[in-house]
Write a protein that binds this ligand. Sequence first.
Ligand SMILES: Nc1ncnc2c1ncn2[C@@H]1O[C@H](COP(=O)(O)OP(=O)(O)OP(=O)(O)O)[C@@H](O)[C@H]1O
Length: 619
Amino acid sequence: MNRSSSNHGLSIARQRFFAEGERPTGLVSNVILESWQRCVALGLAAGARPELEPIPSSALTELHDRHEILRRICRPELEALHADAHDTGAIAILTGPDGFVLDAVGDARFLDKAARVALRPGVPWSENATGTNAIGTALVERRPVEVRGAEHYFEPHRILSCSASPIFDPRGRLAGVLDLSGEASVQHVHALGMVRLAVDQIEHRLFEQVCHGREVIRCHRDAALLGTPREALLVFEGHRLVAANRHALELFGFGWDELGRRRYDELFAGALPGAGRDGLLRDHFGTTLHARRDGAATRIAVARPAATPRPPLPRAPAPVFDAQLDADLARAVRLLDADIPILLQGETGTGKEVFARELHRRSARAAAGFVAVNCAALPESLIESELFGYAPGAFTGARREGAPGLLREANGGMLFLDEIGDMPLALQSRLLRVLQEREVTPLGGGRAVAVDFALVAASHRDLEAAVAAQTFRPDLYYRIAQATVRLRALREREDRSELIVRLWTSLGAAAANVRLDEAALATLAAQAWPGNFRQLVGTLRSLLALAEPDSVVDVAQLPPNLRGAQASTPVAPSLAGAASMDELQRLAMQEALAACNGNTSAAARRLGISRSTFYRRLQ
Ligand SMILES: Nc1ncnc2c1ncn2[C@@H]1O[C@H](COP(=O)(O)OP(=O)(O)OP(=O)(O)O)[C@@H](O)[C@H]1O
């Protein structure tokens, strides 16, 4: 089909879909059609100009900080994509896993034009915010997507032609999206292919970085492709497959959800080649594969050049679940898939949100969205409109075209209502009605819209006690508490040493070759950790940030409040007793990092120095 006839077909498709409410099958691909339908269900008005304001610059800096590793890994491909597409004037874009644009590299003229439709850093290009578009739709579909001209949901975006591919980490979690966008009037013939190749490179590099120090098995049918981004990469823990890249999934023919389930002997027949060696392996179909095994020991032994800049610490470790949590997760997934809501109870920091996200990842609704609402963080005056949405002109200050609300945004996916115990009583009744009737009526009138989402609610309050105290409605309680999971406080767990070792490794300690000595580990494991995971992870991040590469952390390096007999020693005397300016500085930074849960920006602000100075002093 040439372009003018395909444009004509698209105009007819739009007319039929938007004006006549028909399904224009055959005129537009199913991916686009399904996306349009999702946008309609969200209440987005295709003819309107979407209000897409970038987040404030301080929030963008924070976003950049959070995705520093991803940005660094993707930079070469962003530059290369832009260079390859230079003739077409297209721009290369990187977004985070939520669709927020992190970087845009390209031709100044088109950058300018793109900025007019808000295709610039700090603006969300998720489908919920921006309608059908390559970035948002690739995030929903979890696969590469092309969206050209009038296939975009919103009229003003017709000027764009975009090709995007999601980027997955070795555990199958979305890390971000790479996109190439240009003018719809220019042909971008190989755009999607270029983006896919670039993502291949990125995922390969991400895998190397995340799994550095682990024993990685590389294989391919063709020996010449071993060591290239086309090779399959696999990591086993014991006998279980815990990480893989897309090529491995393709080779063995299963999806990310099989990670953690498949065993070595289900994939391969015969033993691995020796560590650090090449050899032959047979897969379970009997096909011969060329394989290479990177021994963990060999990799760790490679000395880090002194001048190598330290990679930033991951903000959060990969979730760690013990056997009990794994069993809770498996049970909760079955219940959730049978449409039974789950209530998570546990003290602050016990990982309720982490648990809920993992539930989503393992559930039948994993491909659809995860919408998290913190009922305690939303001001009471806003919570109603945020949750239930509002009709056009419902109240002063409302957006002209109204808003669908978070309950409708969760349609098809999972709604996570955090701190539900803090929801005002009047709203509890409204929420109950939605859960019973499975439809939402926006504030200020309008017709009720059907919603279908899996519900996970959480609270650190004892909701049963709140019902007895009449601060929580019993009928809502019985509705949401059909299946309850109690997340244990860390002080109740006997496996704290093992947990600390796993978190320590996951935070990058193996990559930097920083060890905790036995006494330090025992001291950390003996703590009660009233802030639970949040406090423990914050402390481990601080220790790692301050440790030299290839070193051992001992008890003397632990924050004073954690050091056995000195546990109750106030901060000031320990600072006063420090030996040198360097030691003083080190202690002050350590205290600040611990107080800010390992957030370096916040710790730098606390000390009144810039973030770059803080980093420099950490080197
Ligand atoms: N199972 C886990 N494995 C690794 N890290 C975890 C785990 N659970 C929680 N964490 C860490 O602890 C932090 C707090 O977790 P999360 O926000 O899920 O706790 P919460 O119980 O929802 O807290 P709150 O009640 O205060 O909202 C997370 O940022 C994460 O880094």
